[in-house]
Write a protein that binds this ligand. Sequence first.
Ligand SMILES: Cc1cc2nc3c(=O)[nH]c(=O)nc-3n(C[C@H](O)[C@H](O)[C@H](O)COP(=O)(O)OP(=O)(O)OC[C@H]3O[C@@H](n4cnc5c(N)ncnc54)[C@H](O)[C@@H]3O)c2cc1C
Length: 409
Amino acid sequence: MSVLTPQSSSHFDVIIIGGGSLGQATAWQLGKRKVRTLVLEQFTFLNQLGSSGGVSRQFRIPYPEEYMVKLVKQSVPLWEELQALTPVPLQDKVGTLWFGDPTVHSTEGNIGEAEKALENQGVPFTTLDAGEIEKQYHFRNLPETYTGLFQPDGASINLRATLETLLQWNTLSSFVTLLDNAPVTTIVDNKTHFEVTTPQGNFTADKLVLTPGPFANSVFNLLNFQINATYWNMASAYFKVTQPGIQYPTWFVFQNPVDDHGSVNGNQFYGFPEVSWNYPGYVRVASDFVMADLSSPEQRTFVPNPKELGYTAQWVADHMTGLEPVPSFTSTCLVSLSTIKNKELLLGFAPEYVPNHHRITFCTTGWVGKFVPLMGRILSDLTVDGHTPYDISHFGARPNFFSAFTAAK
Ligand SMILES: Cc1cc2nc3c(=O)[nH]c(=O)nc-3n(C[C@H](O)[C@H](O)[C@H](O)COP(=O)(O)OP(=O)(O)OC[C@H]3O[C@@H](n4cnc5c(N)ncnc54)[C@H](O)[C@@H]3O)c2cc1C
């Protein structure tokens, strides 16, 4: 989709680099504020090559950190505002079930800590034992020691419809210009403005928003900084529903790695309900680990790791009911994760050693699908106002987040 017309100015208030869900959400918010915005995307809009590939994502409030619980709650009004733009439901509210070994402290946190954070933030949830989880949510053969919590506001996000809604609004906005097949290859800081080069032309802007997803460092390096990240090429599998009417919530199981597992990243699985907009008649179950991290997005293949799929199918066969135990479809999706503990998202201004860093904002890494409209708002606040009322102090450019860029010899 190239909607840049010859009449369009090549100077903009803001250029957004990266037209995935975060870039589109930021353009939506900037467009509403009448900020002349250009979105540059290296592939096509709605591509399946970055972190917004596939369809479903989990919206969940449980987090072990209170500030994350608060932030998810704060995203709700923004989701409602976005929902008002389309008749297509953007979320299927089936609740979140977190269960498993209560002693596990994983990349996602710990069940007890999440319960405390929910309590402190006044979020309703129900505590469950293994028997109750099996009886109410169709799981089976769970160890007796397993516990869980059910939080009713959790949902399956229709990320595809979310992106399409944003893209449609941006296409119609007279303040937003969209240009795809336009990889940014250089960025020159001309002190008063940035000059951005693509094979489709050069564009200038007063400010930049960088939302390049897992390709972050290839864009950040153009401004001489980079983040410390690792990359997961995650495998998902779709299992045919054999028991009509069975409905799972969105769920996540906490378990310690098993000896013969070989995974360096855990033994946890997550899943979704059957939804009308993603392989109806099937439910998606995935491993929340990879057998091996990638050190760059270029190492990614579109072939799911057979061991990850095998462990997922084994989990389904052992612990789920009403499903065929062999997956019918599979998919992969690439995500970048910060190497700092808990693999939080990175969000804020470019590090201080980058000239004009206060005119460059970015958001990358982590599980940000649930925050899409809110991140658009925060990035537009930072870009236009230089600050945001939301507490983003946990995600900013702390010294250990960045390492100086060293040019290859
Ligand atoms: C398997 C998987 C499961 C997930 N599950 C969840 C979940 O359950 N809940 C949750 O909250 N989140 C989840 N996430 C994370 C969530 O999907 C992402 O955080 C979210 O989609 C944000 O994407 P993005 O816009 O940052 O990146 P992307 O969608 O990757 O968009 C970035 C865009 O930038 C473009 N780009 C990069 N470099 C350039 C350049 N030089 N020039 C022009 N364009 C460029 C890319 O082509 C890409 O289209 C999951 C992610 C994966 C992969």
